[in-house]
Design a protein around this ligand. Structure first.
Ligand code: CTP
Length: 400
């Protein structure tokens, strides 16, 4: 499920907005994701980007008119039949208006009437145009047809206005397209995830932490959103953007993470704790920066709350999944944690090994289940691993 665009035939409609140049980047991302992309342009789009650019990057002919010279077949009908997903980016107010009203007066709008695959519309226009009741009504109509609308970003636009209307980023559009093609096996479920490290303050400018990057937890959040879950992500300090459509809470210390998890746990039927929570924190946080007046400095530490263990003690029908980062006796230590924290599954990974652990983009894990089963997975990119984990976590039932 992690590569839903691979080998899919995508129709990319490009209409005449200044953001048309961004559809070149979207095309590049789509082909990189393994999709075969056919581009259909309106006449106004050609004013911004030439068909040659799209043709060179897609490796396929670009459709610009309903009746193309020397083309005996009815291309828009043939293409419509073979399309797995159609996206229009950017979609102008004019094209949105035509689609909402069934008008087919060029190659793109004609094609769109014939297509039966899922449709994604990415509006981009001046803020006043976007907010005009006619455009909003037309977008509502398209939504009513079951089309997906990717809302534009707010920001300063090429026309000098500041407000919503800027085309969503190609990366976010790609994520939306992947989501449309992913089966929604987590629909109706709420997943609470934690990710990243925590920081325990020694003084206002110093803290104790660990190198967890949060990549595994964020990959799981993106994967769960794609699969239809409501996702609540409690993240320690990490340098990663909010996953689309997740409810993200940024925290710093173990105590803040514990409070945030406790506040949201009741909403979640599934909790996955990838965070590398500090086990100890300084007993006292100095109010002011500690000056280097002494040769030696001792800081006394006390235990933090074990967030997962607390959830395990309160366990109801909530499924609990933990992570165990170990440098030795991986399986034995992980099994002990699974039992001590009353978990349904634990994902054990050896840290300090190449291609696995905290900062890597890949991970190699062993899964241990409550019923004694174990499963070793090969080294995988964290995005792919996230889906492999969800494939196994989704059917788990709480073993209270
Ligand atoms: N965990 C937690 N709260 C803590 C410490 C850990 O919720 N204060 C969770 C982690 O998010 C992880 C699991 O418990 O899912 C195991 O974390 P790990 O750091 O591997 O183990 P610890 O229980 O801290 O044990 P140790 O440090 O002794 O290995």
């Amino acid at each position: 499920m992690h590569a839903p665009l691979k080998d899919k035939t995508i129709a990319l409609g490009v209409t005449g907005g200044i953001a048309a140049y961004k559809s070149v980047e979207l095309l590049r991302l789509l082909t990189k994701a393994g999709a075969r992309v056919r581009v259909i342009m309106t006449a106004n789009a050609e004013w911004f980007v030439g068909p040659g650019t799209f043709q060179a990057l897609s490796g396929l002919p670009v459709c610009t008119s309903v009746f193309e010279a020397g083309d005996a077949s009815i291309r828009h009908i043939d293409w419509a039949k073979e399309t797995d997903l159609a996206v229009i980016a950017p979609a102008t107010a004019n094209t949105i208006g035509k689609l909402a009203n069934g008008i087919a007066d060029d190659a793109l709008t004609t094609f769109m009437l014939a297509v039966t695959a899922p449709v994604v519309i990415c509006p981009a226009m001046n803020t006043n145009m976007y907010e005009h009741p006619a455009v909003q009504r037309n977008l509502d109509i398209l939504q009513g047809y079951g089309h997906h609308i990717v809302e534009p970003d707010a920001g300063s636009l090429a026309c000098g206005t500041v407000g919503p209307g800027r085309l969503a980023t190609p990366e976010n559009i790609l994520e939306e397209l992947a989501a449309v093609l992913t089966p929604k096996d987590l629909k109706g479920r709420t997943v609470l995830l934690t990710a990243g490290p925590t920081r325990e303050a020694i003084d206002p400018v110093r803290f104790v932490s660990n190198p967890s990057s949060g990549k595994m937890g964020f990959a799981l959040a993106r994967a769960a959103v794609r699969r239809g879950a409501r996702v609540i992500l409690v993240a320690g300090p990490v340098d990663l953007p909010d996953p689309l459509h997740a409810e993200v809470h940024r925290v710093a210390s173990a105590a803040e993470m514990a409070a945030c998890v406790q506040a949201h746990a009741a909403e979640a039927g599934l909790v996955i704790k990838t965070a590398a929570v500090a086990d100890y924190r300084p007993v006292q946080t100095a109010e002011h920066k500690i000056k280097k007046t002494e040769d030696r400095l001792s800081v006394e530490f006390e235990r933090t709350i074990d967030i997962l263990k607390t959830l395990g003690q309160q366990k109801t029908d909530r499924v609990l999944v933990g992570f165990a980062a170990e440098t030795q006796q991986l399986r034995d230590n992980a099994r002990k944690k699974l039992e001590a924290k009353n978990l349904d599954m634990i994902v054990a990974n050896r840290i300090g090994e190449a291609g696995s652990g905290f900062e890597a983009d890949t991970n190699k894990v062993t899964l241990l289940y409550r019923d004694g089963r174990e499963e070793r997975l090969p080294v995988m990119a964290k995005d792919a691993l996230a889906h492999e984990l969800l494939n196994r976590i989704a059917p788990l039932r709480s073993g209270t």
